[in-house]
Design a protein around this ligand. Sequence first.
Ligand SMILES: [Zn+2]
Length: 208
Amino acid sequence: MEDINETPESPRLESTESITEFNLSRLEIVGETEIAGFERSGLLTNEQVAEHLRENIPPTHLEGCPSLEYAPNHSLFTFSHETLAFFLPASREIKVASGERFRQDESMVESITHEIGHNEHLTVEQRSPHLAQEWENLYKKSGGNCISDYARTDVHEDFAESYRWYIHHPEDLRFRFPEKYEFMRQHVFASREYVSAGPTKNYGPSSH
Ligand SMILES: [Zn+2]
């Protein structure tokens, strides 16, 4: 019983499993957005991500976003160990980090919603600069008092976090930041409103 440790050459089981799961996973398309790789996350399937988008996200909020991908090996995640997901403004792609990073107190679904919030914010900035300015005024007026610690980072994170709260914890947003809630309701969600699914968690500075 001397060779109890694996030799470095022996293939790691999870790699084998990932390949199999990837082959079995069904690619999902919502609007023009391809959803890929989530079977490997151990938390969500592509189908579940697609369901979330179809049920909760207004279709226009995905405009221009070519892909929403579980990409734990992306260099940005190697570079930043805290990052859970990110939105690339130039290409409008969304990448999600390893399922391992989500197992403490963060929700992968809510992180995805946050990143879609960035996509929608970019659309607002490009098409309705006056509305983008109105949001910036609300952000400045709040003087660092935002829906989450991470939302304080800047006007973009405040938008993405408020967007996430509007969908997942609407009562909390409406109660604490009625003006921001109203902005989302009127200008972003075309009067569509949501019912909170569960208790609000406090999230650390982890999405981008
Ligand atoms: Zn963000």
